[in-house]
Design a protein around this ligand. Sequence first.
Ligand SMILES: [Zn+2]
Length: 202
Amino acid sequence: MCYHGYMVHDPHSLYKVDPETSCWVWLRTLSPQGRARLWRKGYSQLAAHYFYIEKHGPVPKGLELDHLCQNKACVNPGHLEAVPHHVNVWRAPGTKLTPEKVVEIRQTYAADPIDQTVFAARYGLKRAHMNLILTGRCWKHAGGPLTRVPKGPRQPFIKMTHLQVREARARYEAGGVTQKGLAEEYGVSPRHMHDILKGKHR
Ligand SMILES: [Zn+2]
């Protein structure tokens, strides 16, 4: 039966709750795009919008509704989240990472660096994976602004003995060795060797 043009008295009579998924499954015909549409007072709207607004209030400007349950026929407002368009596109099943998407992710995060777990979830990714993307440890050459790796535990600091310090200074003064070469030899950073030779350490 076509219900177009009907005045729907109780939109809540138009779905059935799936006991397993708790999805509110639309009982009426879906649109060609597979969406539940509600016809009221001579105009139609997405049923998902109707129930979302009823529960949460208006959809914030610029955002669209995403089905967290991935069931387009579901109109349960608890399964709907208002998200920016790119996030909605992103979450579509089967979306694969491309360099363009990686750049977009990095730009979005750089503009608004929120909690990475929350950010990752928006794209349906795990936090660890997102961190690799944001810091450039994966998709290294895709481009876009990289996020600095959060400071982890410091590198174990290799100490030079007094004798080694004196030796290194003497050798450097004698010439024929570079600071970098000495640093490598004694297993310290070039910066640290520089400081040692300048007399900053001991
Ligand atoms: Zn659902």
